[in-house]
Design a protein around this ligand. Sequence first.
Ligand SMILES: Cc1ncc(COP(=O)(O)O)c(C=O)c1O
Length: 396
Amino acid sequence: MATSTHTDETLPAGHRYLDAAATAPLRPEAFEAMLNVLRSGQANASSVHSAGHRARAVIEHARAEVAQACGVRPTEVIFTSGGTEANNLAVIGLALAHSRGRHVVTSSIEHPSVLESCNYLGRVHGYEVTQVDVDQMAMVDVRRVEAALRDDTALVTIGLANGEVGSVQPVPELMAVAASNGVWCHTDAVQAAASLPASLATGAWPGANVHAMSIASHKFGGPQGAGALLVRDGIPLEPVLHGGGQERGLRSGTENVAAIAGFAAAVTAAVRDIGTRALALAASRDEFVSQVLATVPGAALTGHPTERLPGHASFVIRGVSGESMLVALDAAGIAASSGSACAAGKDEPSPVLLAMGVTAEVAQTSIRFTLHEPLTPAMRERVVTVLAREAARAAR
Ligand SMILES: Cc1ncc(COP(=O)(O)O)c(C=O)c1O
């Protein structure tokens, strides 16, 4: 059995994984925690025998760990199958449970799991959805959110950071005006929580005015298929999955005990050094961005230059389709992405870039590198060489 769980070490020799925002490499702590659960024998956490009790204890221990890492109470953690489900539960569950009305405010660059949940509310439950526009750096303006609020607004849902271009929103300010008017406020922190000290390591939510926050295990270096919606005690929530009443009736379905244990171990490990890690990643990312912009003809950074996730570098490169750049990078042993892996397989320009005012033609040239550890100078050189070569070839 493999002892290493580091994605770089499972790639062919010399290859490097620069796609942590799609899924971060599995942390050894998560691997160990899952192995411990699997070795001790699988049982249903709702069963009354002692094996069931042991499974229940693993889940409650994991809940306490996630709560501690996120600065919330254990009763405020609802385990889900990941970020998508947490977002569905937040958007649909909070809106349906609020008596204030049938209007929801979101932004034009949210993850599909948020936007499609809003669309579902509109299609099936007659809600009106206002999508607030963003600027060229993918930032949401507080005044636009304020202007969108109505007497019947039930929910504002705006992500803490965008997965494609890395821009980090001023969520505390965005939510303050909504919360003071009795509107529920949700933030999708699936990309941000694993690397942004402000969201977790300080033991605080991203501002006192956030009522619910989505997180996903695989962005912390935990297993895929686990996540949580953190919901403040006392905020009503309509379940989306109906059945046996697990998770205090808010999310039915037999719990994935091993994945939950791995998730908790990953969050705990990630939060331990989140501040120093963020600084190291941002420094490396800044060097990389500077070198790309100085060396690669036709390259431009997408997203906000400073208010961005620490390990996140995203570009458009004139004349080179993102797909062909990915192939060239892969041939050089570099795993990157041309935007959001969650929308992969769609050969359409990124809706996020279009919402930022980028033309469809330029949006096709997007490329994204997301670091889980600082780049060595040699690796930086290798990536920049491929980018420059392909850009020069396209310019001929
Ligand atoms: C901002 C954001 N929200 C939600 C998701 C979906 O999370 P999951 O892949 O755990 O379903 C992603 C996935 O990358 C994301 O980037």
